[in-house]
Design a protein around this ligand. Structure first.
Ligand code: DGL
Length: 269
């Protein structure tokens, strides 16, 4: 096959996946994208594995109908709870955000003491912890759920003192564990990377999965020869399951670009 101008499908529970979209656009400027944010049913981070899996299947069906060539699960909670089931059910290649971040962390760590933070559902799934240990037996993994970070970011409280206070509370254990690398296992956390870094100190390398995932998408397209041709007329389409206004307003912060063409659609409940 000589490339494919079909779009890349990306989904998240809401707006957070736009941090992954931002990186995909940087490394793959000729690719078209169809994004779905499940704004009516977020947060996923507090939900059970069964529910997150059910929602992820419905969204993947929607993206397949849009004729996407691959699916990027740009949500840590979906990736850690639903990825194996999605790969069983759908024929297109599916990339999650866990594996790219894990590979990067293993390259970066010197002491082998790696921290992971995410939503309750992500940390409970043990997806990061298991994969890190699968790849290397000399790794010690320390994890912490930080559920309030999502609300603080959505409120736009990036540089407020309260965010620093909450970060100090959540991260004190990881500080004591003397990690040298921290994986931001949630789409929202890159927006408060500076606050997290201020708490942990400059010796801790902080990794977000967005960049690593975009690089993984690039190598998959290269390997499968599914890249769009350079003359492709790039189109970005955004779909949400609740009113688009909040997505458009907040989305600008995540994507660092204006968002247009956002359509609300109903998924089967
Ligand atoms: N997108 C989710 C994640 O990366 C965070 C928001 C939510 O809980 O739905 O885990």
């Amino acid at each position: 096959m000589k490339g494919s101008n079909l779009p890349i499908g990306v989904f998240d529970s809401g707006i957070g996946g736009l941090t992954v979209v931002e990186e995909i656009i940087k490394v793959l400027p000729h690719e078209s994208l169809v994004y779905f944010g499940d704004t009516a049913r977020l947060p996923y981070g507090t939900k059970s594995k069964d529910v997150v899996t059910k929602y992820s299947i419905q969204i993947s069906n929607f993206l397949i109908k849009k004729r996407v060539k691959i699916i990027v699960v740009a949500c840590n909670t979906s990736s850690s709870n639903a990825l194996p089931e999605l790969r069983k059910r759908f024929n297109v290649p599916i990339i999650g955000v866990i594996e790219p971040a894990v590979k990067q962390a293993l390259k970066v760590t010197k002491s082998g003491r790696i921290g992971v933070i995410g939503t309750e559902a992500t940390i409970k799934s043990n997806a990061y912890q298991n994969l890190l240990r699968k790849y290397s037996s000399r790794i010690s993994v320390y994890s912490q759920a930080c559920p309030l970070f999502v609300s603080l970011v959505e409120e736009g409280w990036i540089n407020k003192p309260v965010t620093l206070t909450v970060a100090k509370e959540y991260l004190s254990g990881l500080k004591r564990d003397r990690i040298d690398t921290l994986i931001l296992g949630c789409t929202h956390y890159p927006l408060i990377k500076n606050v997290i870094s201020a708490v942990l100190g400059k010796n801790v390398v902080i990794l977000d999965s967005a960049k690593a995932t975009a690089n993984e998408v690039q190598s998959l397209l290269d390997k499968t020869k599914l890249n769009s041709l350079k003359c492709n007329k790039v189109k970005y389409e955004f779909y949400v399951s609740d009113a688009p206004e909040k997505f458009i307003k907040l989305g600008r912060k995540f994507l660092k670009k204006d968002i247009r063409h956002v359509k609300k659609i109903e998924l089967p409940f």
